[in-house]
Ligand binder design. Structure first.
Ligand code: ZN
Length: 562
């Protein structure tokens, strides 16, 4: 039942995946991002603390629900491994908290939601939706209502949802940049068309691919990077991408009337990475994880014993004037010579689970799991006291984990889930959460060594997430030029509800950031709380089919998340 109708104000939310003030503020000062600069000067802004881990799915879901992962159940890209040691991506039906468009639906408001992650399969609600990342490539039912897809295809030439990652996989960075720009153009037309032609009270669009551009092109921008190649055509790749987003922001600003507020946010920040941390190597070397060497072929073991990786072997063969050898036996070599990086997926069958106490199934989750009896398929760690003692021992060892080259610690913080999560789904969390110090990135799989300089190959990551995202608020009742302190990503949904004159839901962990509003406005409009949707179970959405699940896994693999 609808209790309140709000104040009639509308809100536009622009999500910029991974955007950071470390880049935006200097560029805005230099006049390179005029529209972001204007919002910075004429609105309130501040660093926005991400979720732990600062990873795209849990962070955006927290922004759209107002709750911590312990209540919404999303901790990364993949579900816990309960039945088998293989990874299954989360989908929209795993999100256990009400999303803002469902809350607004309950208050009779209309939402337009574009490209948030984990929105496939799409919800049915008052408004429209186009799903975001983690939608299977072959899906055609990623819009609500379904016929919206035909409309978008009619008005936007070459309309499509997903970016093609083939060029990135092949290390063709010119093509990958062009592709990233192309998909932004499609989303620009889509955004402006839907803003202009559909009714909405909340319009929330998220631009994901700026995150990918920062992952790939950071080393071309940052002279301090170990693989900075000097001035190249990619020197300004990230700046140029931000400029295109800024230009689009200008178009969005032109469409705002005095009755509409603007929120700009990112789900986490971004920074340069100097070294990859192969945590699986560390766990193996310290006896937490055992690899069954017998499963490797004799030739593979021989190569490993002499420390040859594939690329080095090929180089050496060339030096020995035997470069024709790989061409003659490319497949044989591919299969026999271990690659520099072996992903978890490739090694999961080779792990000796009976001797493995701790493992990291996905680097992107920035988390360690213990192999617990009765929880994991072949668990060996007894739950209860033994589990807690072992976890303490692991924490102690992780605290001493240092970079031999510099002597500096690698981890900024180590958390147990009890310290950071609260809610009905806190039990689904990993056993330890790790935040690295600046410059270190926990990498997928095994590496040639535990620590490796990042960015040697063209398509290797040289930028990665950190905890400080961005938040900018702009509108009639928002203070001008104010810097906010302590804003958290869970405060975003309560703040949007407050902007719209609607109550914050009582179960939410975040609160409305009233310090961003004019004090006289806040005095006249105290924050209200309600529990209109607290008691309702989340609506049932369909899960992925096995085929769709495979497509999502392939895509996450392509993106470097597996
Ligand atoms: Zn992200």
């Amino acid at each position: 039942m609808v209790k309140r109708r709000g104040n009639g104000r509308k809100v536009v939310v622009v999500g910029l995946d991974g955007a950071t003030f470390a880049l935006i503020k200097p560029w805005a000062r230099e006049g390179k991002l005029p529209h972001l600069g204007r919002v910075l000067r004429q609105g309130a802004h501040g660093a926005l603390q991400s979720t732990i881990p600062p990873v795209t799915p849990p962070a955006w879901i927290s922004s759209a629900t107002g709750v911590n992962p312990g209540k919404h159940n999303i901790y990364g890209f993949f579900k816990p491994m309960r039945h088998r040691y293989s990874r299954t991506p989360y989908n929209a039906s795993d999100v256990k908290a009400k999303k803002i468009w469902q809350i607004l639906h309950a208050y009779g408001k209309r939402s337009g939601i574009l490209h948030l992650p984990l929105t496939y399969p799409v919800d049915r609600f008052n408004g429209f939706m186009v799903a975001g990342i983690m939608t299977p490539d072959e899906a055609t039912d990623f819009t609500h209502p379904p016929e919206l897809l035909d409309e978008l295809r009619r008005v936007i030439p070459d309309y499509r949802l997903n970016i093609s990652l083939n060029s990135w996989k092949a290390g063709l960075l010119d093509e990958f940049y062009e592709e990233s720009v192309r998909i932004l153009h499609i989303q620009r037309e889509e955004t402006l068309y839907l803003m202009d032609h559909k009714p909405w009270d909340l319009f929330w669009v998220m631009f994901h691919h700026v995150d990918g551009v920062m992952h790939v092109y950071w080393k071309f921008m940052e002279e301090r990077h170990p693989y900075y190649p000097g001035e190249t055509r990619f020197k300004n790749a990230i700046l140029d991408y931000y400029r295109q987003l800024d230009d689009l922001l200008g178009e969005i600003l032109r469409r705002l009337d005095e009755n509409t507020d603007l929120v700009i946010l990112s789900d986490h920040g971004h920074e340069m990475i100097r070294k990859h941390v192969f945590l699986l190597n560390w766990l193996r070397d310290r006896g937490w994880l055992a690899v069954n060497e017998r499963r490797a072929s004799p030739l593979e073991r021989a190569f490993r014993m002499v420390g040859l990786q594939r690329e080095r072997l090929i180089k050496r063969l060339e030096r020995w004037h035997l470069g024709w050898l790989p061409k003659l036996f490319p497949e044989a070599l591919k299969n026999q010579v271990p690659r520099g990086v072996v992903t978890f997926k490739n090694i999961e069958r080779r792990i000796d689970w009976t001797r493995t106490r701790a493992f990291m199934p996905s680097a992107s989750a920035m988390a360690i799991w213990l192999n617990v009896r009765g929880r994991e398929p072949q668990g060996v760690v007894e739950p209860g006291q033994h589990y807690r003692a072992l976890r303490e021992e692991l924490i102690e060892q992780l605290r001493t984990f240092r970079d031999d080259e510099t002597g500096e610690p690698i981890l900024e913080a180590i958390y147990t889930p009890e310290e950071i999560y609260v809610g009905d789904y806190a039990g689904e969390a990993p056993d330890l959460l790790l935040l690295t110090r600046p410059g270190y990135y926990i990498h997928e799989g095994f590496g040639p060594r535990t620590l490796v300089y990042a960015g040697r190959r063209a398509n290797e990551r040289s930028g990665h997430h950190h905890m400080q995202g961005i938040l900018l608020l702009y509108g009639q009742h928002i203070r001008r030029g104010v810097e906010l302190r302590g804003a958290r990503i869970i405060d975003v949904t309560p703040t949007i509800l407050y902007m719209m004159g609607l109550p914050v839901q009582s179960y939410m962990d975040g609160h409305a950031l009233t310090e961003a509003f004019e004090p006289t406005y806040v005095a006249r409009h105290p924050v209200e709380t309600d529990d209109i949707v607290a008691g309702e179970p989340p609506p049932q959405t369909m899960a992925y089919s096995p085929e769709e699940e495979q497509l999502v896994i392939e895509r996450l693999k392509d993106m470097g998340y597996m």
